[in-house]
Design a protein around this ligand. Structure first.
Ligand code: URA
Length: 211
């Protein structure tokens, strides 16, 4: 697994406002959107491209365009949905699949409750969206799922990660280079309820309310 921590003052500023418990949902959603677009720039550094010939008003030239097959963006429901627009803003031609995964609050195991993905992901670059990499269980299950369908590589885009969760992902995927995690910050630890500390609380609740 390769880890990229977005080290940028704007990311740090937006993350600080996001963490603040007094930041209300509308601002929280906007900040998630902005942060994801900044992370998407890093996450797509190795997106597949191919040469593309065009004619400018002055001359013919060979540029670059996204290669086929198109990338697949997969938000993990529910909180990953809050990251979708920020990601597709930079990748408007990407396809979008959905994976509903929830952590069982007793066993802390990931349960898949919904799945809307193409049957065959052969050759596809996949971008998983999940704001909080806490225990790592959900992310490992989602990565396994995408590879089982044939994904070529998987990049997880997360806002925050706990060291414990990163280790779980690392232990599960080892040093394979086709798994990358892009994150705005790595926090201190998990607490006894598997919340990230200092974190930002429950990302889904802060995006959408307690429902
Ligand atoms: N999920 C969240 O939304 N927040 C955490 O801190 C951990 C998991």
């Amino acid at each position: 697994m390769r880890l990229h921590v977005a080290d940028h003052p704007l990311v740090a500023h937006k993350l600080t406002v996001l963490r603040d418990k007094d930041t209300a949902s509308p601002t929280f959603r906007l900040l998630v959107d902005e942060l994801v677009t900044l992370l998407a720039y890093e996450a797509t550094r190795e997106v597949h491209v191919e040469p593309h010939e065009i004619e400018t008003p002055v001359a013919r030239t060979t540029g670059t365009k996204l290669a086929d097959p198109r990338p697949l963006v997969v938000p993990i429901l529910r909180a990953g949905l809050g990251m979708l627009e920020g990601m597709t803003r930079l990748l408007p031609t990407a396809e979008v699949g959905f994976l509903g995964m929830q952590r069982d609050e007793t066993t802390l195991e990931a349960i898949t409750y919904a799945n809307r993905l193409p049957d065959d992901l052969s050759g596809r670059q996949c971008f998983l969206l999940d704001p909080m990499l806490a225990t790592g269980g959900t992310l490992v299950a989602a990565i396994d799922y995408l590879f089982a369908l044939g994904a070529r590589d998987v990049t997880a885009v997360c806002l925050l990660a706990a060291p414990e969760g990163l280790k779980v992902v690392e232990d599960a995927v080892g040093d394979r280079v086709d798994v990358k995690v892009v994150v705005a910050a790595v926090d201190e630890r998990l607490n006894e309820k598997a919340y990230i500390v200092p974190g930002l609380g429950d990302a889904g609740d802060r995006l959408y309310g307690v429902v």
